[in-house]
Design a protein around this ligand. Structure first.
Ligand code: APR
Ligand code: PHB
Length: 395
């Protein structure tokens, strides 16, 4: 027999988008059920980016889930752009009137949100399979799925499609109702997590003729590093020794600075793509986060963009439940897409300035260096990078 449930908002996906939305709604007394395909341990340990914009930090704090982030997150007031073997610091705080970023792993944010939700007695259905959306263009949509081999149905007023790029929500919209805009890049990132203290206390984005490299971190004991690789590379092509060799070459400076090595505890390849669908709504289905748009990781905007979407969505839903007004819901897509395209541009711009594409010649290389010199040498240009990097204010 099918178990039937009723909620106000059915949220598909327990990534940052779905969990932040669930939290914002709960604080306003709106009932939701989060439906997630994976198990709890999987979503709590999935390694993703780890840079929180000031705006995201403020949102998590205001939602009452910033305690551990404030204790354990690393506040960074600047970052380095490196080219020609020389590092140039961008003083984020000084250039943005006191704003900064916080380095705190996305999976830690996810852990904090899950703990807060379960402590409040609200539901997350893990390991839901065969998730199907029904009647999203009618007044009472339903989500059908299986858990432990048993059918369940959740009836709801609204569906929030927070199930990432490979989810089922976006494909549930008739293709004729959506426009997609896409760019795939001819390179990827090979990322490692190394058990060693960071070699510098801030991030380094390095331009190098052998390709891009990034020095980041997760904690005072864990370093996160990336090297640009070929999108067709497999991990077999990248034994640890080769990864370290490339990192040393690309991150080295002329002043003798040394990159610390340590045991590699995780290694993976991330493909790079820009992707946007318009509109981000169909009937009573609202897409948020990676379900609606993807950015390349240069600039670390994915989680932050997801947080910005669900803030807009939560406010619109709250207004509908309070007043019956549809204006904010009707404006959801257009409101989000303004920020989405700004961030798409910033991520594309950082990516093209820092990577070496196959077929790039000396002309391309010199253009990149000219741009890097300008960004690091002009206060106006570095302010532009800084304000985008720490995140533009939420609308
Ligand atoms: N049914 C239920 N859940 C699903 C389904 C499905 N059919 N398909 C995917 N999911 C779940 C995934 O397992 C994942 O937990 O939806 C969640 C989507 O989470 P994310 O991919 O983290 O996407 P989002 O919440 O939008 O966060 C954006 O995450 O992907 C990174 O780089 C991205 O940092 C960005 C952030
Ligand atoms: C990370 O720490 O994983 C990270 C940092 C900055 C980026 C992307 C990823 O731009």
């Amino acid at each position: 027999m099918t178990r039937e449930q009723r909620t106000q908002v059915a949220i598909i996906g327990a990534g940052p988008a779905g969990l932040i939305l669930a939290r914002l709604l709960a604080l306003e007394g709106i009932h939701s059920i989060v439906i997630e395909r994976r198990d709890r341990a999987y979503v709590e340990h999935r390694l993703r980016a780890g840079v929180l914009e000031q705006t995201t930090v403020d949102l998590l704090r205001a939602a009452g889930v910033g305690g551990r982030m404030d204790r354990e997150g690393l506040v960074h007031e600047g970052l380095y752009l490196q080219f020609d073997g020389v590092r140039h610091r961008i003083d984020l705080r000084e250039l943005t009137g006191g704003r900064a970023i916080t380095v705190y792993g996305q999976h830690e944010v996810v852990k904090d949100l899950i703990a807060a939700r379960l402590a409040a007695g609200d539901e997350i259905v893990f390991e839901a399979s065969d998730v199907r959306l029904c009647d999203v263009d009618a007044d009472l949509p339903a989500i059908r799925f299986k858990v432990d081999g048993k059918e369940r149905t959740v009836h709801c007023d609204f569906v929030a499609g927070c199930d990432g790029f490979h989810g089922v929500c976006r494909p549930a919209i008739p293709p004729g109702a959506l426009h997609t805009y896409e760019r795939t890049y001819p390179f990827a990132w090979l990322g490692i997590l190394a058990q060693t203290p960071p070699s510098l206390d801030e991030l380094i984005y390095a331009h190098h003729e052998r390709g891009f490299a990034l020095h980041s971190m997760r904690s005072p004991q864990l370093t996160r590093l990336y090297v640009q690789c070929d999108p067709d590379d497999s991990l077999d092509a990248w034994p640890d020794a080769r990864v370290w060799e490339e990192l040393h070459l690309r991150l080295s400076t002329r002043d003798g600075w040394q990159l610390r090595e340590g045991p590699v505890v995780e290694k993976s390849i991330t493909q790079m793509r820009s992707f946007v669908v318009e509109p981000m709504q169909y009937g009573r289905l609202f897409l948020a986060g990676d379900a609606a748009h993807v950015v390349p990781p240069t600039g670390a905007k994915g989680l932050n963009l997801a947080a910005a979407d669900v803030k807009v969505l939560a406010e619109a839903l709250v207004d509908w439940y309070r007043s019956g007004r549809t204006a904010l819901l009707d404006a959801y897509s257009a409101t989000c897409l303004r920020r989405v395209w700004r961030v798409e541009h910033f991520s594309w711009w950082m990516t093209t300035m820092l990577h070496r594409a196959p077929g790039d010649d000396a002309f391309d290389h010199r253009l990149q260096l000219a741009q890097l010199r300008y960004v690091t040498g002009s206060r106006a240009a570095s302010t532009s990078l800084a304000e985008n990097y720490v995140g533009l204010e939420h609308v």
